[in-house]
Design a binder for this molecule. Structure first.
Ligand code: ZN
Length: 266
């Protein structure tokens, strides 16, 4: 399936649409796909048009449930479960639905003057009083795979991870480039100096609204000196003796696999 996002799309009354029903960050997907409805007054009032899924308009809408048990019934999927089982187009539409609805519901009134906020033709919202404009929040974070010249990588562990190790990670700060963030995080979290920041890939991670961006960097100097508040362990591992790694849906795993598959890059 293919999802084409289009926040400003106009939907004709009576059109057949996919409805992404959301409740508490869960999405109603009875048989692996969103229910189909006829676009009418209710959806026009309360729904948020997201775009098209294989040519059919998609509308996000908050769905109330009669009891908390009902949300546990088959058909409602949490985003985390969805990442493991669903079609990529369905995942993309679901993440967008959850975050657009959360954004609308948390920006009903202006944070500066408390006037009502109005929807713009794109994803933004504008204050009817002071014209303050807001857009849905996306928070960039880097994943940093540190490698040395001896085919070793530096992986770390946090409390609660069991035996699993992963690459180091951190949020981008205001005024900082992604490359600067990688260098800073390596120094802060494990005490090593790195260079040659090379992009590998990215992944939206809606918990609650991160964009993960993965890089490989080369170790330059320094012995491991971990941030003891952040990390419970940090060690060098050879490619032929790796510990338990993150699940395959995580970009951190893709990044480690990239290092395994492509020893020199570039
Ligand atoms: Zn305002």
């Amino acid at each position: 399936m293919e999802f084409m996002r289009n926040a400003g799309c106009q939907i004709a009354e009576g059109a057949t649409v996919y409805v992404v029903g959301v409740n508490d960050r869960r999405v109603l997907i009875p048989d692996g796909l969103f229910p189909v409805e006829t676009f009418g007054f209710g959806l026009a009032q309360d729904g948020i048009p997201l775009g098209e899924l294989d040519g059919i308009p998609v509308v996000a809408v908050s769905r109330s449930v009669e009891s908390s048990d009902q949300i546990e019934e088959p058909g409602w999927l949490g985003l985390r479960d969805m990442l493991q089982v669903s079609d990529n187009a369905v995942i993309e539409a679901s993440i967008l639905a959850v975050q657009r609805l959360e954004f609308r519901d948390s920006t009903r009134f202006c944070s500066r003057c408390a006037s009502a906020m109005e929807q713009l033709s794109d994803t933004g919202r504008k204050c009817s009083g002071c014209s303050h404009v807001m857009y849905p929040l996306v928070t960039p974070a880097v994943l940093v795979l540190i490698e040395d010249q001896n085919r070793r990588t530096l992986l770390a562990q946090k409390d609660g991870w069991g035996n699993r190790f992963s690459v180091i990670a951190g949020f981008v700060e205001p005024g900082e480039s992604l490359e600067q963030c990688c260098v800073r995080e390596a120094l802060e979290e494990v005490g090593v100096t790195v260079s040659d920041v090379r992009y590998v890939g990215s992944q939206p991670w809606p918990f609650p609204h991160q964009l993960m961006v993965a890089f490989r960097v080369r170790w330059v100097s320094g012995a491991i000196k971990r941030d003891e508040l952040e990390l419970s362990d940090a060690r060098w591992f050879s490619s032929d003796a790796l510990p338990e790694l993150p699940p395959t849906i995580a970009l951190s795993r893709t990044l480690i696999q990239h290092w395994i598959d492509y020893p020199s890059y570039p």
